[in-house]
Design a protein around this ligand. Sequence first.
Ligand SMILES: Nc1ncnc2c1ncn2[C@@H]1O[C@H](COP(=O)(O)OP(=O)(O)OP(=O)(O)O)[C@@H](O)[C@H]1O
Ligand SMILES: [Mg+2]
Length: 246
Amino acid sequence: MAAGAVQVADAPLICLRGVTKTYGEGATQFQALKGVDLDIAAGDFVAVMGPSGSGKSTTMNILGCLDVPSAGTFLFRGHHVEALDRDQRALLRRKYLGFVFQGFNLLSRTSALENVELPLLYRGDEKKARREAAMAALDKVGLKDWWDHTPAELSGGQQQRVAIARAIVTSPDVLLADEPTGNLDSERSVEIMELLTDLNRAAGITVLMVTHEPDMAAFARTVVHFKDGLVERIEARHVQGEAVSA
Ligand SMILES: Nc1ncnc2c1ncn2[C@@H]1O[C@H](COP(=O)(O)OP(=O)(O)OP(=O)(O)O)[C@@H](O)[C@H]1O
Ligand SMILES: [Mg+2]
């Protein structure tokens, strides 16, 4: 990040203050976010829940630097993201963030390996380095042997694994997943949640995931409930297999 910028030792990884988002103009104007305050600690596994239209995806898109707030503050590691221009936001996204969508968003005529290589291609990595990193990411999601298959030759769960491999191939600090299991049956969904749990615990990636399903939210350590464009409440959970700190 920019030299000379202030580093705040104990600041949360992500901090939203008074974040609003207004879509449209004039009579068709709609305020999707009405002043969101949210702190995300590094290493947390967060589930974002709430009714349809409550602002979950809007918030995720802002956190993922795919969109900007209308007003308010978005700090990432203490740096003001809302003050960055489009190119700077793109850099931040490429370096620190990975994004997974409900619909997988893979290139259909392209192999799993090439899909996973894409973020490295954008970054300008050499072919050999790209191949190695992409194969390692496919290995992490359990799909090493499927590298030459196109999305049509993979199941929904496998396609989402490829999308996760693509999101983590750049070793991001944060993985943002908007309803990653929305198109999967419950068995496949649990496998994806176990994978996200593993990435969170073993690789230390901070995970933020939108879900409508309490069974999936049960994998998270923190649950953020949205309502009408605001954070309604935040629940801290104890997760199975984790030591309970005093
Ligand atoms: N690009 C847009 N233009 C206009 N309105 C939008 C746009 N994107 C979202 N909205 C509106 O903002 C509100 C919040 O949308 P958002 O997608 O954040 O909800 P959500 O909580 O993710 O809902 P869901 O659970 O259905 O995915 C909704 O009323 C939606 O119609
Ligand atoms: Mg949504």
